[in-house]
Design a protein around this ligand. Structure first.
Ligand code: XLS
Ligand code: CA
Ligand code: CA
Length: 440
């Protein structure tokens, strides 16, 4: 097999003192952290779409990066060249997983039968490529937002024929995911939302989305899919109102439709901040519901109101992410870099540098999270903060469900006036965080 990224060596861990841009400074895959290899704590995945397909085109200009990989774009030769490039890329970086949309893998044909034939051909090719490597599929999904037929959504469309096409795409994407032994299957509600209530029946649309998901679960289980289905919440873009606004909304939807046993969340950092939440908030809400499945590890720009899908660079954010992940007992999914280079970063070196940045940032996040957990003061502060419910008679009675509203009212009247709650001590805690993280 001819080498595609000829100027890029295998990326090695060289430590924090290294000045080599093509080396890991913090990601040391075999380093043991809390009894496990760093690479096991951090199951990184490559996003097929950004890495192998996107050229940096935006609404104001053409792409800047060449992703032809030596083949004519729009052909099956190109689809295979992308597989070759992707596997060389993952092997050089030591990445063990990939994620894909159906139409990232092959050019979509006019007739779905031909698209499906192409998907069979490319998945055979990928399967062969996987043999003899330790690279696996993290999750698959169907792109139900780019084709004009999905202008009004897929599960939420007003057209029964388009709905049937969405089902057909989900079926095939599940077939391919199972064939590649994927750990999960994602529903990002690309255009599942609406622009105006003047033409929209929200109850009808959300019922239909749930129906599609139920059919997907039934079909997936019937062909031996044992992994998790995921919803990836996002509040807006492309639609003005997206139905899976955030983790709370998506979890409520799953519970209301009896889908919560088969689904978990795929939380994307950039979508969390678009929803006006922190990344950490979305992870915590998922975790406390037993639904923290997988993560799209990127970051947005807080000064911009759109989805910029940047490589993670913010070490604090990565620290809080890994703190939540460790507290939740790890991920059943992985950390997928749904991230793209900035448009002026168009070289092969940039492509690798983006992933090196993301992997190093998350390695730092992991190491920092461990330090904070081992320090223990944050845990203790939270525990102490609620101690009145554990250490007083009235508090324990409330927790045990042993008093009525009337009894509590009588208690309050007897007390006359409560003392103020204990201090939140936020500044003290923030300083503890910096003290632990930057200790010399
Ligand atoms: C787009 C989403 C998408 C999903 C998969 O905003 O992040 O890339 O991860 O469809
Ligand atoms: Ca995004
Ligand atoms: Ca995503």
């Amino acid at each position: 097999m001819k080498e595609i990224f000829k100027n890029i060596p295998t990326i090695k861990y060289e430590g924090a003192d290294s000045k080599n841009p093509l080396a890991f400074k913090f990601y040391d895959p075999d380093k043991i952290v809390l009894g496990k290899k760093m690479s096991e704590h951090l199951p990184f995945a490559m996003a097929w779409w950004h890495n192998l397909c996107a050229t940096g085109a935006d609404m104001f200009g053409r792409g800047t990066a060449d992703k032809s990989f030596g083949a004519k774009e729009g052909t099956m030769e190109h689809a295979k060249a992308k597989v070759d490039a992707g596997f060389e890329f993952m092997q050089k970086l030591g990445i063990k997983y990939f994620c894909f949309h159906d139409v990232d893998l092959v050019p979509e044909a006019d007739d779905i039968k031909e698209t499906n034939r192409r998907l069979d051909e490319i998945s055979d090719y990928i399967l062969k490529k996987m043999q003899g490597t330790d690279i696996k599929c993290l999750w698959g999904t169907a792109n139900m937002f780019s084709n004009p037929r999905y202008m009004n959504g897929a599960g939420s469309t007003n057209s029964a024929d388009v709905y049937a096409f969405a089902c057909a795409q989900v079926k095939k994407a599940l077939d391919i995911t199972v064939k590649l032994d994927g750990r999960g299957y994602v529903f990002w509600g690309g255009r599942e939302g609406y622009e105006t209530l003047l033409n929209t029946d929200v109850a009808f649309e959300t019922e239909n989305i749930a129906r599609l998901m139920r059919m997907a679960v039934d079909y997936g289980r019937s062909i031996g899919f044992k992994g998790d289905f995921y919803i990836e919440p996002k509040p807006k873009e492309p639609m003005k109102h997206q139905y899976d606004f955030d983790a709370s909304t998506a979890i409520g939807f799953l519970k209301a439709h009896g889908l919560d046993k088969d689904f978990k969340m795929n939380i994307e950092a950039n979508h969390a901040t678009l929803a006006g939440h922190s990344f950490r908030h979305e992870l915590r809400i998922s975790a406390i519901n037993g639904m923290l499945g997988s993560i799209d590890a990127n970051q947005g720009d807080l000064l911009l109101g759109w989805d910029t899908d940047e490589f993670p660079f913010d070490v604090y954010e990565a620290t809080w992410c890994m703190y939540e992940v460790l507290k939740a007992g790890g991920l059943t999914g992985g950390l997928n870099f749904d991230a793209k280079n900035r448009r002026p970063s168009y070289t092969d070196e940039d492509l690798f540098a983006g992933y090196i940045l993301g992997m190093d940032t998350f390695a730092l996040g992991l190491l920092n999270a461990v330090k904070l957990i081992e320090d223990g003061r944050l845990d203790k502060a939270v525990e102490d903060r609620y101690s009145s419910f554990r250490n007083t008679k009235i508090g324990s009675k409330i927790l045990n469900g042993e008093c009525s509203l009337k009894e509590l009212s009588d208690y309050a009247e007897k007390l006359g006036k409560p003392e103020l709650p204990s201090s939140g001590s936020q500044e003290i805690l923030q300083n503890i965080v910096n003290g632990v993280l930057f200790k010399k």
